[in-house]
Design a protein around this ligand. Structure first.
Ligand code: ACO
Length: 326
């Protein structure tokens, strides 16, 4: 019997690094304000590469690391809310670039939970027996979605992409459990780029921001209540104590959220790696970037059977955790 397994990780960041000091002067912000409230010190910003180009770099790295041909891929899933077009999907653009002609490709939009949702879907595709190999990539160019006049949101985000190669492999299952959820009734807490009805029969009167808008306090409360409960439930259902985890990779929104979740779930801070200081909030890319950083630094090792929880949360509202025996 074969089971879905993460066999490679990779990330790609655009070249331009913008520190808190480098932010436009009109924002009237400071390194001290941003660092103390969010833990963010810098972010990478795309100047020449759009979302599909960042994701293509990740796909190429994953194939190279695994010594695979693009023709070996059965699917490509890209989690993004900042695709280059409404259509074609970012996943299809990646496919076209790398010539993975045997793959079926689609995007999913679950905002900052996107990678966890995509990984859950990828696992199911392989579990079905119909697909053997695929890529799950989270990629965002958040900088094109931001109001660069608004210091409350523009300082928080960064651009980047990362992902994993999933393969059907003989042995034990790596995916132990998952628990995903959504609450559309709280969707107004995080919104971006409305597509309003627009045709000759409509008199356009509604005014909505074309940029990302956020109710920061509501999002903070959501993470402390719903996301904490999600983590505690998946641990309890699987008879794990918070200290049994080797690591919990949280979506990297904000250091205070990580500290709050640690406090409420009793997962020690030492088991909650953070990297938002370096990348900012990269939405669907944040968890796979963190996973790849941890693998590169030797904190996590694929095949080690370390118990790792991946937890995403964000717009929708959406949230979800996947428990892995890495
Ligand atoms: N620089 C300087 N001052 C600022 C900045 C800034 N970048 N941003 C806001 N301020 C000011 C505000 O204008 C306000 O000033 P005022 O009182 O004179 O009006 C003051 O700081 C406080 O603003 P608040 O928005 O109330 O700040 P708060 O303490 O709530 O912190 C924050 C904001 C950090 C966003 C917080 O609400 C938070 O952590 N929320 C979680 C949301 C989050 O992380 N979202 C990420 C995207 S969503 C996701 O990934 C799931």
């Amino acid at each position: 019997t074969t089971y879905p397994r993460i066999t490679q990780t990779a990330k790609y960041l655009p070249d331009k690094c913008v520190t808190n000091q480098d932010l436009p002067s009109w924002l009237e912000t400071s390194d001290e304000w941003i660092l103390s409230r969010t833990g963010i010190g810098q972010r990478f910003i795309a100047e020449t590469e759009n979302t599909h180009e960042l994701c293509t770099k990740v796909a190429q790295k994953l194939l190279k690391k695994a010594n695979l041909s693009p023709l070996d891929l059965d699917f490509i899933i890209v989690a993004t809310m900042t695709g280059d077009f409404g259509m074609p999907s970012t996943a299809c653009l990646v496919q076209g670039e790398i010539k993975a002609t045997q793959a079926m490709c689609f995007d999913i939009n679950s905002a900052c939970s996107g990678f966890v949702y995509g990984l859950s879907l990828g696992e199911k595709l392989i579990q079905s027996g119909s697909y053997q190999k695929g890529l799950v990539i989270g990629g965002e160019v958040m900088s094109k979605l931001l109001d660069w006049q608004d210091r409350r949101t523009s300082v928080l985000f960064g651009d980047g992409a990362a992902g994993v190669l999933l393969e059907a492999v003989a042995g034990k299952s790596q995916f132990l459990a998952e628990k995903l959820g959504s609450d559309g009734s709280r969707g107004q807490a995080l919104q971006a780029r409305p597509f309003l009805i627009n045709n000759p029969w409509v008199k356009q009167e509604e005014r909505l921001s074309p940029y990302l808008t956020m109710d920061g306090r509501q999002v903070f409360q959501f993470t402390l209540n719903t996301v904490t409960e999600n983590i505690s439930t998946i641990l309890k259902d699987n008879h794990l104590l918070p200290t049994d985890l080797d690591a919990c990779l949280l979506h990297q929104a904000n250091l205070r959220i990580v500290e709050g979740i640690s406090h409420k779930t009793e997962i020690p801070l030492a088991k909650l790696p953070v990297n938002m200081e370096r990348y900012g909030n990269t939405s669907a890319a944040s968890i796979p970037i963190l996973l790849d950083d941890c693998v590169e630094q030797g904190i996590l090792k694929l095949g080690s059977e370390q118990k790792v929880l991946l937890t995403g949360f964000g717009g929708g509202l959406t949230w979800g955790s996947i428990l892995l025996s890495l």
